[in-house]
Design a protein around this ligand. Sequence first.
Ligand code: ZN
Length: 428
Amino acid sequence: MSFQQFNIELFDFLRFATTPFHAVEYLSRLLIEAGFTQLHEKNSWQLEPGSGYFCIRDNGTILTWKTAENTEITGWKMLAAHTDSPALQIKPLPEKTSNSYTQLGVEVYGGPILATWFDRDLGIGGRVTLADQDGNISIKTIDFKRPVATIPNLAIHLNRKVNEEYSIKRQKHLLPLLCQTVGDDFSFHDVLRRQVEEEYPQLVIKEILGFDLFCYDTQEPQLTGLHKDFISAGRLDNLLSCFIGIKSMLQRDIQGNCLLLCSNHEEIGSSSVAGAQGNFLSSVLTRLTPDAAEHARMCSASHFISMDNAHALHPNFIEKHDPQHLPLLNHGPIIKYNANQRYATTSRSAALFKSLCLEADVPVQEFVMQNDLACGSTIGPIVATSLGIQTVDVGVPSLAMHSIRETTGAKDPYMLSKVIDLFLTRAL
Ligand code: ZN
């Protein structure tokens, strides 16, 4: 496969995966098409060696694995990424109507660059909980798939300091404008009911009970740059890594025990039922290897690659980077280090990834935060700490992380994917 073909498939995923719930829906569809079996945590499991399975928790986190035919193999090759991205989440009672305008109250989910959310054509998507005709509760994903809201900037004539010292007040400035209404009887629940009816015409809705809905940018992913050097898209952090992981899991010739966790709630610290600090991964691993001593052997013999985007050198802000560590777009995946283990990489875990890059003929780069700036973190250290598995934190170089629209190199997703493909097909 060429990097161009890889990007076409990646763009399809990015278009569909407007929320973590949609990302999981898309990934599970690919898994079912490839013959993987869905398991539910509440059921007992009959597992066959050499088979592929997946399990979803709380709609936004998916864990998929394929075991070796040879049950003597104890270790696992594990991958992780996250399904969520910073966004604006709609409040439970969001309607606010005045002067004929109806706006929606939103909370800030994670750490977006808020200024990038203004003057965008925003869609709304997520999941809705509802009671059906018989009073049963069901959960449905919905996506308006068109711009239904916008947060207009204030004209510069009314805000002369907008380019110098403007600060965004979250409660006052961020309310998306949804529509113009006549009278005061606008109901967001009615809007949702109509949308659910449109997407699920067979469903009889008794009542909308709640929702987890997000605004997202409807602008399509694009190749940008004179030579189509870059990819510009929303939610590259970290849907890109989810897609790399699933493509690798779907290879026909993967060897040994392989696993991919695509987890929700990373952007808010991973502490939740579905987040990587929750017990989803450990609980599934315990079911796969119930014996405590075998479980300890399994963890000790396993390798974990945690994938999350990394900061490439920004040409306008060279001083923000350590001068010896200047990773570039289109120059290969990045290994992320931090002396305080905000990234789980050690020289030992990095060695595995470097050897894979060497064998895949992919260049590799190294990143460490400039000392005067605080370092971010990701899923890697959480897994390393809770399970005691050797972990390396890696990612594709990217610019404008947490902007509504981020940039990476056109060849970057494919390069990391080649390394991850090799990880899962090579015996360790
Ligand atoms: Zn991320």
